[in-house]
Ligand binder design. Sequence first.
Ligand SMILES: [Zn+2]
Length: 433
Amino acid sequence: MLGKVKQACYFIYGYMIAIKCRTASQERTANRQQQRFQKLINHVADKSHFYSRFKNQTLSKFPIIDKPLFLAHFDEINTVGLDLKQCEEHGLKAESDRDFNAVLKGVSVGLSSGTSNQRGVFLVSPCEQALWAGYIIAKNIPFSFRKKKVALFLRANSNLYESTNGLFMDFRFFDLTKSFDDLIAELEAYNPHILIAPAHVLDIIAKHQSTIKPDKIISVAEVLENSMRDRVEDCFPCKLHEIYQATEGYIASSCSHGNLHINEDILIVEKEWIDKESGRFAPIITDLNRRTLPIIRYRLNDILIEEKASCPCGSHFTRLQKIEGREDDMLWLPHSTNGSLVAIFPDLIRRAMYICQTQVSDYRIAQHGGVISFTYKSDDAAKAEQDITATLTELFTGLNVDKPEINFNVGIKQDLMKKQRRIACYQKPSFVD
Ligand SMILES: [Zn+2]
């Protein structure tokens, strides 16, 4: 009983953080971040072996960690004495049994289906879960006394999401391992107020000409391409919103004007510039609420693009123009005159492919050294290959890079259980000096 009351308090606390900080000034936000970081460290330094030597240190003194380092030190970083192997086994069993309610030492274990080879693992206590639920609801679901039906399409459920079921909310989990025709029939019968799904699943729902009439649609877990956004917004009479959440934290969400802002009321985000001129950076995140598995100066290999213009919503939180993808979505080609490798940002490729969309309905690009494999769907392969070649040649010539060898393959097998990744560099070409 006491546990439930505590969780309810955390839920309200999470809800209030999201409401209170909406229009806080930059200075006030920074002060709050510092106060909460200090509280976090006081707790974590006592319980995490990895961070015990950093007590009373400022954030800049903490090491920057990435996924391999984080997983290598997982047992020393978490504050509840769990080891990585048992957490992975627990998470895999939950996925194979499709039963996501079991806990380990009182905490929920989740696995991320990340696009990299290394699986992510997250741990959350019931109170962290309640705080997260309060926060995500306040951020994304307009308050109403009418019970809202929320349809959630995910590869794996977690009691993290089901914990949000309650008086004003009815969450329904749509399991992507089931047949899509059955899921569409179930979705139409449910007719949700809010639809939450990965971008390419929303795209498929739109292509099915679904008759549901949601008030709000939210894209999660994948890069939202402009062509997908257009199709979804054409099919449903509401603006498409985004939640940018990784295993490591809830990083950004769309405001009432549909613009993405970093959640600086729960995170400190440092920017490691990839290309300052265009505003591209990799985020280094510190989550101010996570104590079971602390996330401190964790470098994500995502590419975000900062938007300098202020937002009419009044929020001073950093605005993002877009989430471009992952760093290993960048292609690399030799400069035509000096041979040094030039990064081709995924957005440039996407924009080029947007031009070919009348011929190419879907595509995947994989770079292996000097060869690019181009797999696509089209009703007219000859015309499609001609268009793609012309478009990419123009792009590469404009960037002053050597044109790579391109291998074309027709036909894409859609796998809903896999995170869609359209552009990927598996091996850079060798640099010729
Ligand atoms: Zn805004």
